[in-house]
Design a protein around this ligand. Structure first.
Ligand code: PMP
Length: 464
């Protein structure tokens, strides 16, 4: 039952003023924020809904930041946290210290990840996980006597986080520009998802920009790892074609390069499989996860490596300390919450639900395409989905950048109490979705109806 949470106007105004004055928001225009203040102040979350301080209820069709996989307001998680905090809120994992939640969680992750990805290192989020993966892999190559293998290859539009290493691996210009000193030895392939290029088809005009072409250009003996999101998320929701990830796996094996799958968004059911790579039966050497591991009930990330890699590390560094560890590596309460979260995902078959809802979402997107001439290229894998807006879809003409078509449609969605995300780059305008994995058929229909209304309102603004 939703509580009466509307606040007095004076309190709301005070909160907005204090927000403007004291809080520097992540990924937000500082200037616009100074002018406008917070766009929403939320107070309560239940299921797929968020309620703000005015008492207005919104559908959180982004699972906030693609992370609230089991939905908001789960008492069971709060109880698990309370129980763990009352027993042992935290104890360190340095120097071989341990506790049951971290052991049980490591064991659980080994049982749900593919292949021999059986060994976990813990962090507090996706960026830390990716930075850990880069350091761990470079450390590995150095110990193996291949110190020249330092380069990490990412792809344009790939997103891997905002610490120095993770930003350097990210292939989105705005983030790169912010990190004025990009770390050395990060390079980006420019071709998006061309299986034939990765398989070695040099006649393809995009070959040079492919991962294979980039490896060859950089020198095969200098590449430590490649990092890819199985499905690209923040960069614009791109699902690779059949065979692509398998081709990458083959490519890595051919050159002895390690493959990192950044499963920060895809992991824990988002794509209708437990992990994104499971859609293509690919086993990377290293998998980085965060977000869905706790469904955002607390911060936690992990780097999951193969047993083979761990064994090799043990062998080549007999008495060396692994000089890498965050204070919160294996945070006790975070691990207990992750265990409860994974239990819920499995018990409620949320992975299966995500797969079933993919079909419903695609049905809805087809309806949008039939009713709105500007909607095109709709795609979904599990509950990870998006479509593009084109001024003239037959001729492939995009909207002028200045129109900000996707942000305008999203603004109309907000008016209709629906939260989705715009992605604007290189003249393309996309709307992306990642609703909680508990979303049902009726709720998908509501999302589609709200979207249709929002797009109609944009169409009436006369930008066509
Ligand atoms: N990798 C991917 C694929 C992501 O989507 C994100 C976050 N959106 C990150 C890494 C970084 O995770 P965090 O924000 O937890 O550091």
């Amino acid at each position: 039952m939703t509580k009466n949470i509307a606040l007095e106007n004076t309190t709301i105004n005070e909160l907005k003023e204090s927000d403007k004055k004291y809080f520097l928001h992540p990924t937000t225009s500082i200037k616009q924020h100074q002018a406008n203040g917070p766009s929403f102040i939320f107070k309560e979350g239940k299921g797929i809904y968020l309620t703000d301080i005015n008492g207005d209820q919104y559908i959180d069709a982004m699972s906030s930041l693609w992370n609230v996989n089991i939905g908001h307001g789960r008492e069971e998680i709060a109880e698990a946290a309370k129980e763990q905090m009352s027993t042992l809120a935290y104890s360190s994992c340095f120097q071989g210290f341990s506790h049951e939640p971290v052991i049980r969680l490591s064991e659980k992750l080994a049982s749900i990840t593919p292949g021999d990805l059986n060994v976990s290192f813990f962090t507090s989020g996706g960026s830390e996980s990716n930075d850990t993966a880069f350091k761990l892999i470079r450390h590995y190559w150095k110990l193996k006597g291949e110190a020249k293998r330092t380069k990490i290859i990412g792809v344009k539009r790939g997103y891997h986080g905002i610490t120095v290493g993770a930003t350097s691996a990210t292939g989105i210009d705005q983030f790169q520009n912010m990190a004025t000193a990009k770390a050395p030895d990060f390079v980006h392939a420019t071709t998006r998802f061309k299986t034939n290029c990765e398989l070695g088809d040099k006649s393809d005009p995009d070959y040079a920009g492919s991962i294979r072409g980039t490896i060859e250009k950089e020198g095969t003996e200098t590449v430590a790892a490649i990092i890819v999101e199985p499905v690209m998320g923040a960069g614009g929701l791109f699902i690779p074609p059949a065979g692509y990830l398998q081709a990458l796996r083959k490519l890595c094996d051919e050159y002895g390069i390690l493959m990192i799958a950044d499963e920060v968004i895809c992991g824990f059911g988002r794509t209708g499989k437990m992990f994104g790579v499971d859609n293509w039966d690919v086993v990377p050497d290293v998998m980085t996860v965060a977000k869905g591991i706790t469904s955002a009930y607390i911060q936690l990330g992990a780097v999951i490596i193969t047993e083979r890699l761990r064994n090799e590390l043990a062998e080549i560094s007999p008495n060396d300390v692994f000089f890498h560890g965050f204070t919160y590596s294996g945070h006790t309460t975070a691990c207990a919450i992750a265990l409860k979260n994974i239990e819920i995902i499995e018990r409620e078959d949320l992975v299966g639900n995500a797969k079933r809802m993919e079909a419903e979402l695609m049905k809805g997107f087809k309806y949008l395409e039939n009713n709105h001439s500007i909607v095109t290229k709709s795609r979904a894998i599990g509950l990870l989905a998006g479509f593009e807006l084109l001024k003239d879809r037959e001729k492939g003409v995009p909207f002028d950048q200045a129109i900000m078509a996707a942000p305008k449609v999203v603004g109309e969605c907000h008016k209709r109490k629906l939260i989705v995300r715009p992605v604007v780059f290189e003249g393309s305008n996309s709307i992306v979705f990642a609703p909680p994995l508990i979303t049902n058929k009726e709720q998908v229909e509501t999302i589609i109806n709200k979207l249709s209304d929002a797009i109609s309102a944009f169409e009436r603004q006369g930008h066509l």
